[in-house]
Every structure is written in C-alpha cells, then in structure tokens.
Design a protein around this ligand. Structure first.
Ligand code: PSV
Ligand code: MN
Ligand code: MN
Length: 430
C-alpha cells in the first residue's frame, strides 16, 4: 500500500479553495484554443501522460566549489531524498521516477530500496555512474581519466563500476545507464586525441556488452569542466559517433548545459533524432556554462524550441523514439523541493506549448517559404499561457492546483528540520 508523504485531505482542501477559479480559466482557454482548432481536453490528456524524472542529487542543496549553504531539514540519505522526491511528485504529479547516482546513493539492499520507493509512489529511471571522482577506499585514482585512462587497470575499474551500476539498476527496475565521464586534458599535448578516444570506445564496448537486451546506454557529452582544454566526449559529434560504433542500444543524452555558448541545441535534437540516436535529456538552464540552473528560468524560449523538435520526433518516430527525460540541476539558493516542482512545471509547460503548435500550418508556411507565417505559427503556441491545462491535469491526478503554496502550507521542511540530522558544511571555502 502506498504511504504518500503529505495528507491527501490537505491537498484536497487546498484545491477546493481554488477550483472555481481554475474552471473559469480552463474554460476560457478552452474556448480560445477551440477557435484555433485545438481541443483542450486532448492537450490535457497529453500532459497527463507526460513525465520527467528527478535526480536524487537534486533533492539536497547543491553547492559550488566555493561553498555549500545547507538548509535545516535537508535530506542527507537516499531514503530522505526519496521522501522529498515523493513530495515533489505528490504535488506536481509529473515526476514519478527518480534518477539515482552511484556510488552516491549506495545502500546494502536494493530490493528493499525499490520497495521503499514504490510505497512512496516512485520508481527508478536511468542509473548514473560516477567515474569522475575518487571514492574513499577506491583502489586506483581517476585523476588521469576513467574509461579513457592510459592505465589499463584504471579503465578496468571504471568498466567494473559501470557493470555494477547495471546490476544495481536491474534490482531497482531501471532500464538505462547514463555514462558521463569527466575524462579530458588541461594542456595541449597532454594526451593524444585519437588514442584516448580509442581507449574510451574499447572500454565503453565492454560496458555495452554487459547491457541487458532491453537496456539502453546513454552517452552524455560535455564540452568542458572538469577538463578545460579537451574532453574525450566533448560534443554531440563525438557522442553520436561513439553511439554508432557501440551499437543500437547506445544513444546520446543531451544535457542542456553541456554545449558551447549559443549553440543551436534544438537543431542538435533534430539531428540526433534523424539518425535514431536521441536517447535522453538532462534538463536545466544555463547562462554561462554548465550552470545547472532551474529549467526555464533563463531561456524558456529555448526550452520550448527543444520541445518543438521533440514533438516533431514523437510524430515522426525513428528507431522506437522513447527518450528518457530527466532534470539535472543544482539547487544552491532555493529549497530543492520548490525548485524541482517549478522546473517540472516549466518542462511540462514547454511540452504542452509545443503540443499545440499548428503543425499543418507550419509545414504549409515552410513549403511556401513564408518565413514570417512559419515563425508566427511557433510564436502563437509559445505565447499561449497553458498553466490552466497543467493545473487541471495535476488536480485530476491528485496533485495540487498551486503546488508551491501547497508545499509551504504543508510545513514539510520545518517538520523534517526537527527529525533529520543536520548537514555538515561540506565543500570547504577555498
Ligand atoms: C556533469 O556535469 C553532469 O551533468 C552529469 O550528468 C553528472 O552525472 C551530473 O552532472 C552530476 O551532477
Ligand atoms: Mn547532466
Ligand atoms: Mn552537467
């Protein structure tokens, strides 16, 4: 039986006080959409079927390499993180799965962890492996690389860790492994570009060979950081070439913060899909680099344009288009639960807006080389305030019409501040 973290009665009375206003807004938007030939209930049904996974690591307050500023009641164990993720899902109803990171989320009994999550109404999404840090007691260091390291013993250790992650994932009911390596260089000449990629491909192939048939391996590229001169899987080009070489179960994962400034990410989405290699997403937002800011907080238009391509991909599927959507953010100055609720809403909202693009009109304008009409077709969908659709879908699924006020009213964080151990200051001030 499910034991959800917040009282259903409380959510119900929150909703009752807002129901009339919501119906008013929903009906008015419904009439406006109907004039455009869009059935609001059909859009709502699509939104109700949409979901995005949240990162276990996003439940705690992140930090920078300078400092971390914990909040009272912040979760420190995977169990506490799951409880907070369950709050996000209960109120937002769009985040039914958690994407875990190992060894950060290690426990002794994964069957029990899966049970615990299920009781909270959650499942597990893609497993993230970690060979970008050394762990206490680890035999060999990843200082000079992991899957691409020059040292065969280090590569073997990184391969073994990824295979362990697959085993953990099987027990958690996951079907995807996301691999991001920080491997790269800080100096010209430090490593040979081709030989380091060869080593990566050979090691990744060993991980690939251990993948169960129904699993996918998601390769996450990133241009720089921690390596500042070159990175082994730096861009979508290296990523798709590696995925093509590894085989059909290998796909590319796009993290919105991992590109050169001003890169046309929506076009990358279309390209990866064109070749059947779009496997997943890490949603966040970015001003300067891999900032891991809240989705849609800086460039909501880009998020919409990305979803516009994702809807195109959905309508023209290749190779079983079924991308794993995940949030990957660092919540440094907000309550992580509030950030994840707001981000999930921004992501679902971009999906809803992209769903109401008049695709026939768009194609017609494109074919007629009517640039302004094509642009305005997108603009019309982007300008539409879809929040009543999201709120109605949430309410019907048992969530809150206005989730952040509902969360604040629940007193969850203050209660956890009484129950949970305080977080140590963590990262030191440099
Ligand atoms: C690397 O910057 C990354 O985006 C990868 O997805 C990691 O797993 C995650 O961040 C760690 O926070
Ligand atoms: Mn990421
Ligand atoms: Mn990142």
């Amino acid at each position: 039986a499910k034991e959800l973290p917040l009282s259903a009665d409380q959510i119900e009375s929150h909703n009752a006080a807002r129901l009339d206003a919501l119906h008013d807004d929903y009906d008015s938007l419904g009439r406006a959409l109907a004039r455009r030939g869009v059935d609001i209930d059909a859009v709502k049904a699509r939104v109700a079927g949409f979901s995005v996974a949240i990162p276990s690591w996003g439940a705690g307050r992140g930090g920078t390499r300078f400092a971390k500023f914990p909040i009272p009641g912040e979760p420190t164990t995977i169990h506490e993180k799951l409880a907070d993720c369950a709050v996000v899902h209960q109120l937002s109803t769009v985040t039914p799965r958690v994407s875990p990171h190992f060894p950060w989320d290690c426990v002794s009994d994964y069957a029990a962890l899966r049970e615990e999550a299920a009781t909270l109404g959650l499942g597990f999404d893609a497993i993230n492996s970690n060979t970008f840090q050394d762990q206490p007691g680890q035999q060999l260091s990843y200082r000079d690389g992991s899957l691409s390291a020059g040292d065969a013993g280090v590569r073997a250790q990184a391969v073994d860790h990824n295979i362990d992650c697959i085993e953990i994932g099987r027990q958690l009911g996951s079907t995807a492994l996301t691999i991001w390596v920080g491997d790269g260089t800080n100096f010209p000449g430090q490593q040979d570009f081709s030989r380091s990629l060869d080593r990566y491909l050979e090691a990744a192939a060993q991980v690939y060979a251990a993948l169960p048939d129904d699993w996918r391996m998601l390769l996450e590229h990133k241009m720089y950081e921690p390596a500042f001169y070159s990175t082994v899987i730096a861009d979508w080009g290296s990523s798709i070439l590696a995925a093509q070489e590894l085989g059909p179960k290998a796909k590319c994962l796009v993290d919105l913060g991992h590109h050169a400034p001003n890169v046309n990410i929506e076009q990358i989405v279309a390209r990866l899909h064109r070749f059947g290699k779009l496997g997943g997403f890490h949603f966040n937002d970015s001003k300067y680099g891999d900032d891991d800011l809240d989705s849609g907080s800086i460039n909501p238009h880009q998020l919409f344009l990305v979803f516009n391509e994702l809807i195109e991909a959905e309508l023209n599927p290749r190779d079983g288009f079924d991308p794993a959507y995940m949030i990957d953010q660092s919540h440094n100055v907000t309550d992580p639960i509030e950030s994840m609720i707001a981000s999930a809403e921004a992501i679902a909202g971009a999906y809803a807006k992209a769903s109401i693009v008049d695709r026939a009109a768009l194609a017609e304008a494109q074919d007629a080389n009517d640039t302004m009409l094509a642009f305005l077709t997108l603009r019309k969908a982007y300008r539409t305030d879809v929040s009543p659709i999201l709120a109605m879908a949430r309410m019907e699924a048992g969530g809150a019409i206005d989730p952040i006020p509902a969360y604040r009213a629940s007193g969850w964080r203050a209660r956890k501040a009484q129950e949970r151990d305080a977080v140590g200051l963590g990262a030191g001030i440099v």
